[in-house]
Design a protein. Structure first.
Length: 321
């Protein structure tokens, strides 16, 4: 294989010498399979051969090859600053050794070092599983919450292992204030929400006392502040009473409001409802996967079932039925 890249027989024979000779054949074949050019393959094989010579001089076996050893070898080649490369250029003898390491690992000569997750990573993995399975959070939301959890760990414990039982209200307030100063526009509301979610996870694991999440300050959201955050029972009845006339829009609004108020559906879930999601005979509604990424079934009670029938049969435009 190597003979096809080096014209001189003496060069090919020299490259096939120990300690890397037999593996340089595999290296050349791998690089060719990855569509590297002839010139690049020659350069990488030559660099690997020189690395093998260096190993012999150091008295190191092939099993000692690792990412750290390759970095140590590469660091001896200082950057050469030229007019063509004003920021410096590594020697060609430092190129392509990552491919050699892959070949040696595939041959079983070098064993890849096992990466043991740090306590922080192990804890974040458990938290991510909780957010997915218990909280039903989407991937983007989980990523955001995990980012805040990591920053809180660094804020409170630094690089040491976490002692969650030592958490105090001042720690929570200090973190939200720090993040609020960083975010400015959002006034710290996103980190406060994420911190409360993290505390609920810690409570579920028995790491902190129940009720500590109430110590997280929730900054005011002034956008549309005049709108109520929720309606009480009497206010819901007043809103529904407005939609008692026979106009198509009001019948539709009544059906939508009942689904929102009685079943607690999200606006997007109501908007995505299709006729085939309504199982009349079984008296249930199929709610498609939305924000929670889970389908679920809810009872189709008589009150909003009648509202749906009234709108669909009598007032919905004929072309949309």
């Amino acid at each position: 294989m190597i003979e096809t890249f080096f014209a001189r027989a003496s060069s090919s024979a020299r490259l096939l010498e120990p300690p890397l000779g037999s593996y340089l054949e595999s290296l050349a074949q791998t690089l060719q399979g990855q569509s590297y050019s002839r010139e690049v393959i020659r350069s990488y094989v030559h660099a690997a051969h020189r690395f093998g010579e260096w190993l012999s001089k150091q008295g190191l076996p092939l099993s000692a090859v690792s990412d750290q050893l390759i970095r140590r070898y590469i660091d001896q080649f200082r950057k050469r600053i030229t007019l063509a490369h004003p920021y410096g250029q590594r020697s060609k003898l430092a190129h392509g050794l990552g491919h050699l390491l892959v070949v040696l690992r595939q041959a079983g000569v070098v064993v890849a070092a096992k990466q043991i997750p740090s306590p922080t990573e192990q804890w974040l993995a458990r938290y991510d599983q909780y957010l997915k399975q218990v909280g039903g959070k989407a991937a983007a939301t989980r990523k955001k919450y995990l980012s805040y959890a990591r920053r809180f760990w660094e804020f409170r414990f630094g690089s040491t292992e976490a002692d969650w039982s030592s958490l105090r209200a001042d720690d929570l307030v200090g973190f939200v204030q720090q993040e609020a100063a960083r975010l400015q526009r959002n006034l710290g509301r996103p980190p406060a929400v994420a911190l409360r979610a993290m505390l609920r996870f810690l409570i579920s694991e028995g790491q902190v006392a129940r009720g500590l999440e109430a110590a997280v300050p929730m900054p005011h959201q002034w956008t549309l502040a005049s709108l109520p955050r929720h309606l009480n029972k009497e206010q819901v009845s007043q809103v529904l009473a407005v939609c008692q006339e026979t106009k198509p829009n009001e019948l539709r609004n009544a059906a939508v409001l009942l689904l929102l108020a009685r079943l607690g559906l999200r606006a997007g879930e109501v908007a995505s409802l299709c006729l085939e999601d309504i199982h009349w005979a079984e008296g249930r509604l199929l709610i498609r996967a939305g924000k929670s990424h889970r389908e679920r079934t809810l009872p189709l009670e008589e009150q909003f079932g009648q509202a749906l029938v009234e709108y669909l049969q009598r007032r919905r435009p004929r072309a949309l039925r």
